[in-house]
Ligand binder design. Structure first.
Ligand code: ZN
Length: 172
């Protein structure tokens, strides 16, 4: 029987809620180098305070055709817990690189106000599907603005998850 190596990759996340400015260039998607081998991506919400916002965040990515499914028994989890400094953080478990096996998202609800939680969780789910923060500064991805999904996120989806993974082909 094979022994499976599981690496834990921590992806720190800060609030990047900067105003979108016209002179800022479009984003080049930046990837962690890992992606999911199959969908739907199942996740469990461990703290009820984040349940509705987690559903909204998953729905944002579902609107781009990526399949998320809430499942109380899932090994990928979303927690409301203090982090110390940053407002939210995502950990990825990598099994058989380059494939993502599970994720853990922790959000400090004493730092992130209720009105921002769904968008921040959508940003964290971006990490959970394999996206990094763009560099340099750019204007049209939730991985920079943490506000909503933008056309840059559509381009990232197209590169990370070509058609077998997508249930339909929406556009922004
Ligand atoms: Zn981040």
């Amino acid at each position: 029987m094979k022994t499976l190596a599981v690496a834990i990759l921590a992806v720190a996340s800060l609030m990047l809620a900067l105003p979108v400015q016209a002179e800022v260039p479009p984003c080049q998607p930046t990837f962690s180098g890992y992606s999911w081998a199959q969908m739907p991506i199942r996740y469990a919400v461990k703290d009820a305070i984040l349940r509705d916002d987690s559903r909204r965040a998953a729905e944002m990515w579902r609107s781009l055709g990526l399949q998320f499914q809430e499942d109380p028994a899932a090994i990928s989890t979303i927690w409301a817990s203090p982090i110390g400094g940053s407002g939210a953080v995502t950990y990825l478990a990598i099994q058989h690189p380059p494939h993502i096996f599970a994720f853990t998202i922790r959000m400090d609800t004493t730092v992130i106000p209720p009105s921002e939680r769904a968008a921040v969780l959508a940003h964290e789910l971006g990490h959970a599907i394999g996206l990094d923060h763009p560099n340099p500064i750019c204007s049209d991805t939730i991985m920079w603005t943490a506000l909503k999904l933008f056309p840059g996120d559509l381009r990232a989806r197209d590169q990370l998850y070509p058609s077998p993974f997508r249930i339909f082909l929406p556009s922004l």
